[in-house]
Ligand binder design. Structure first.
Ligand SMILES: [Zn+2]
Length: 72
């Protein structure tokens, strides 16, 4: 996911699509990123057919930028 080791500030959830992407699908992967790489995480680290969603309320303090956690 890159070589950045900054503390994570955002959590991007990669979800599969349902019915053409109009509904939230199953959570597949959580990807953590710093401010600088938040956009990269959404546009490059989460690849189609998965859709990136920014998680608002999840804690990120114990993670580094680039951490990816399989949700299964
Ligand atoms: Zn970063």
């Amino acid at each position: 996911m890159g070589t950045c080791t900054e503390p994570a500030t955002v959590l991007i959830e990669a979800r599969s699509q349902i019915d053409g992407g109009l509904a939230y699908g199953a959570l597949e992967t959580r990807v953590y990123a710093c401010d600088e790489h938040a956009r990269t995480a959404r546009t490059e680290w989460v690849r189609p057919p998965l859709t990136p969603f920014t998680a608002i309320a999840e804690p990120v303090a114990s993670h580094q930028c680039g951490d990816a956690v399989d949700a299964h």
